[in-house]
Write a new protein. Structure first.
Length: 117
């Protein structure tokens, strides 16, 4: 995300704007370095984030810099669109990483985490 530590990985992508998912995801902190989300049938939240047009070479760079398990998949937005996004397998998240869904997005989690330090 713009202004955060890993934003340089998106060099060459075009920022299209902020967006929120439909309220059907859980969001986890993967080692306090990466966000990881997956779709759920119930108990999901809307996750606030950013939307980019990402050329294939940038996708490859982003994917190579992500933790094992993150993958490109369809994400359902609050406005009804389906877009390509980065998802994380539920089985790798639950019980191994921190559920940060209540923050509603990675930026809010990072901001609250920095205040606690």
């Amino acid at each position: 995300m713009r202004g955060l530590a890993l934003h340089g990985n998106l060099s060459g992508a075009v920022f299209l704007g902020e967006a929120s998912t439909a309220p059907r995801y859980r969001l986890y902190s993967i080692g306090d370095r990466h966000p990881g989300m997956f779709e759920v049938v119930s108990g999901g939240v809307a996750v606030h984030g950013e939307l980019y047009q990402v050329p294939d070479p940038v996708w490859r760079r982003v994917e190579s810099g992500e933790p094992p398990g993150l993958y490109r998949g369809r994400v359902h937005l609050a406005d009804g669109r389906d877009v390509d996004g980065i998802l994380y397998p539920r089985e790798l998240a639950e019980g191994q990483h921190r559920d940060i869904s209540t923050f509603g997005g990675w930026r809010a989690y990072v901001a609250s985490h920095e205040k606690a330090v």
